[in-house]
Design a protein around this ligand. Structure first.
Ligand SMILES: [Ca+2]
Ligand SMILES: [Ca+2]
Length: 571
């Protein structure tokens, strides 16, 4: 009975949400030369020739008009929509899209710097999540706060004990980023997050060399994206046991902190269990960092390369040390019982950095699929790195295979994009925990393929991923805090909850819609809908749809910079 009532409540809430639907588009806007698409609810735009127009914002001055595409039903969001396409509008300005019978769209810009601010904010968000440092007003503005989690005396958990570091002894493991809405630090999730920032720099160096983030390190001669990544890399280096090269899986409390500021969270901290996944992710990131930082700090580069190789050797000797959450630990697990992808990724990065063909052999490239990256499936990262560095690879590398894998995955994504009623790459099964990062990782793959072969459809499909998270979605919301006319306001993020400031810490991508609703028993209000694309709750309770995380922001950084760097100028 209770279940039936719940389902009825959700169904009626879903109807209400559908009835209120308006025009959905990227609320920040577009680069002049970009593809431009909006989603229009079909019910309000009757007739095969239903028209739309673009007006100057706040006026009736029509600058362009067009005809909506066919009406298509969308099972995952329960609506019927038509697309408005206006790529030919390239004149910079501030506009709204108008369809008779509907409120005008939110205003949006066409601008040559459309994504520079959101890109900088998405990177600055990492600074706001730094552990072990006070954020001062000069760099953090109203989000200044006291330091938390110095992590200079971290206990060795019994699961991590070794002869030279017995249980209860302590190590110093400062700095790093808080992983997400909580205050713990996890090597596995740091792996893909830090790598993706370094990959953005490797692919778009000129863009990032020109960027200023107002960090404490700004002006030191190192690009700010690398200054920010360094904060986490310094921590990661401390997570390797110098005695054997193994890497601790995480640095954590035994239990999650309350919804308090970092300085008020003072539970004892532990490093927990060395794992194969942690060692391999660490090896991949340090191998990448070794080549990225070489021009700026040769000694650091050498140290990172040695650390990567040491972790690799440990992992080869411990191929199946999977994470098992100890009974007294209740924080995030990042457990993964398939480390074949981590092995391949580490091998690829070590091959690129060292040129040693033995690492390429360890990839087993002919058997390695290309998939959209996630923290637990990093095969795709191996292919993306090989593609990036293909011109410098030795004879061992199969150039044709590298191109085929990256292009093959992009073809699949572009096919889904072409079939999609919303014109996006997300499909019904992609509405998983962190779906907003799924769509952006899809866009990242597409940008790599576009760099490889210049197929315009890949660039346009990548654009749709950024459009989706910035407002072209069923809930008509920008999922990036502080950006867009209507954006997420209540992320599951301890500082945003506890800082006494109404606006959330800016620049964070929230997890996004997914129908699991694993947090509904912890939330004081129901989700507005059970439909996959609408199963999103903008409430701080909602860790399953509204948390923030370092691995989700990283592809936002990559894609927003990539579109700025790669989109051709207007015709
Ligand atoms: Ca894995
Ligand atoms: Ca707040």
């Amino acid at each position: 009975m209770r279940q039936i009532i719940t389902l009825l409540a959700l169904a009626s809430a879903g109807v209400t949400a559908t009835a209120a639907d308006g025009i959905k588009l990227n609320q920040l806007g577009f680069l002049p030369g970009a593809d431009k698409v909006a989603v229009v609810p079909a019910a309000a735009a009757q007739g095969a020739a239903a028209a739309f127009s673009i007006v100057r914002a706040g006026s009736d001055t029509v600058v362009q008009s067009g005809t909506l595409g066919p009406a298509v039903n969308v099972p995952e969001s329960g609506d019927t929509v038509r697309l408005a396409r206006f790529a030919s509008l390239q004149t910079p300005g501030r506009y709204q899209l108008r369809v008779a019978g509907l409120p005008d769209s939110p205003p949006f810009e066409i601008s040559a710097s459309a994504y520079q601010a959101v890109n900088a904010a998405a990177l600055k968000a990492y600074y706001f999540n730094r552990a072990g440092i006070a954020l001062d007003a000069a760099h953090a503005g109203i989000y200044a706060r006291a330091a938390g989690h110095p992590d200079t005396q971290v206990l060795i958990h019994v699961s991590a004990a070794s002869p030279s570091r017995p249980a209860g002894s302590s190590i110093s493991s400062p700095k790093g980023w808080y992983d997400a809405g909580d205050y713990n630090k996890y090597i596995v999730n740091s792996g893909i997050s830090t790598y993706t920032l370094l990959a953005a720099y490797e692919d778009f160096p000129a863009y990032f060399q020109a960027q200023r983030l107002n960090l404490p390190e700004s002006g030191n001669g190192v690009p700010d994206i690398l200054n920010e990544a360094r904060w986490n890399l310094d921590w990661m280096l401390t997570m390797q046991d110098p005695a054997d090269g193994g890497v601790y899986h995480k640095l954590t409390n035994l239990r999650f902190d309350g919804m308090v500021m970092p300085a008020q969270a003072t539970q004892p901290r532990y490093v927990v269990q060395k794992t194969t996944a942690a060692a391999l992710d660490f090896a991949a990131v340090m191998a990448t960092a070794s080549r990225v930082y070489a021009p700026y700090d040769a000694a650091l580069s050498t140290r990172m390369r040695a650390a990567a190789q040491q972790a690799w050797r440990w992992a080869q000797a411990h191929p199946r040390d999977y994470y098992r959450q100890p009974a007294d630990v209740a924080t995030g697990e990042y457990a993964d019982n398939d480390v074949s992808d981590e092995q391949a990724w580490a091998a690829a990065e070590l091959y690129i950095t060292t040129g040693d063909a033995a690492y390429y052999q360890a990839l087993h490239a002919p058997d390695l699929a290309a998939t959209v990256p996630s923290w637990s499936d990093v095969r795709g990262l191996a292919w993306l790195s090989l593609a990036r560095h293909r011109k410098a690879l030795g004879a061992a590398a199969d150039q044709a295979l590298i191109a085929r894998r990256v292009d093959g995955l992009a073809q699949q994504l572009a096919a889904a994009w072409q079939q999609s009623p919303y014109g996006i790459t997300l499909q019904k099964q992609d509405y998983v925990w962190g779906s907003n990062a799924v769509v952006l990782n899809q866009a990242m793959v597409l940008l790599h393929a576009y760099r490889l072969n210049g197929k315009r459809a890949y660039l346009d499909a990548a654009q749709s991923g950024l459009d989706y998270v910035l407002g072209r979605n069923a809930v008509e919301l920008s999922f990036v805090t502080g950006y867009g006319a209507r954006s997420a306001l209540h992320p599951h993020h301890r500082p945003s909850v506890a800082d006494g400031i109404a606006a959330p810490v800016p620049g964070w991508l929230v997890g996004g819609p997914q129908p699991g609703q694993q947090d509904k028993q912890d939330c004081p209000q129901p989700y507005p809908s059970a439909l996959p694309a609408r199963s999103y709750l903008d409430h701080a309770c909602s860790y399953a749809s509204n948390e923030i995380a370092i691995n989700w922001n990283a592809p936002l950084v990559y894609v927003s910079a990539g579109l700025q760097a790669l989109t051709p100028a207007a015709q």
